[in-house]
Ligand binder design. Structure first.
Ligand SMILES: Nc1nc2c(ncn2[C@@H]2O[C@H](COP(=O)(O)OP(=O)(O)OP(=O)(O)O)[C@@H](O)[C@H]2O)c(=O)[nH]1
Length: 166
């Protein structure tokens, strides 16, 4: 659990770090089910980890809820001398999947706060859309109910005058 502030709102986030190894994949998939935001992380000093991102994306698409927010992360940015994946490759992949992209370092704290804040922002925005949708729907329902009430009153008046003519 961690609390971060986004646009003046304090948001409590629960962070799960899933295991990367194949043998834990069955358990990993369980984590996706209730996720609202996901970091897809590769290691800039490992071309292999970058190649694995496509597999992670397809797993997320399959197991995570619709509308889950995703960000691509190229971690270990402090390991410049061991770099195997160019920044542009990360940017390109993120663009392909319509994700934001950060290069980070857990060692130097580069972009750690920024990427968490951005993912939280995206999750909040996604929920805001949902909430706005619900509000709009509620307003429509209310307007409809008011109209129906008005109509029934008018009908009532019509009937009473009809009664008079009989
Ligand atoms: N130089 C550097 N090393 C890092 C960074 N982040 C993690 N490491 C190191 O990379 C190794 C693996 O880190 P983990 O956090 O276990 O990575 P993981 O992806 O969770 O690994 P799995 O549990 O196998 O999924 C550790 O030795 C960390 O110290 C980073 O930003 N820079």
């Amino acid at each position: 659990m961690k609390t971060i502030e986004v646009d003046g709102i304090k948001v409590r986030i629960q962070i799960w770090d899933t295991a990367g190894q194949e043998r834990y994949q069955t358990i990993t998939k369980q984590y996706y089910r209730r996720a609202q935001g996901i970091f897809l992380v590769y290691d800039i000093s490992s071309e292999r980890s970058y190649q694995h991102i496509m597999k992670w994306v397809s797993d997320v698409d399959e197991y995570a809820p619709e509308g889950v927010q995703k960000i691509l992360i190229g971690n270990k940015a402090d390991e410049e001398q061991k770099r195997q994946v160019g920044r542009e490759q990360g940017q390109q992949l993120a663009k392909e999947y319509g994700m934001d992209f950060f290069e980070t370092s857990a060692c130097t704290n580069l972009n750690i706060k920024e990427s968490f804040t951005r993912l939280t922002e995206l999750v909040l925005q996604a929920h805001k859309k949902e909430l706005d949708g619900l509000r709009a729907h509620a307003r429509e329902e209310l307007a409809l109910a008011e109209l129906e009430e008005k109509d029934s009153k008018t009908e009532g008046t019509g009937n009473s005058s009809k009664n008079c003519w009989c």
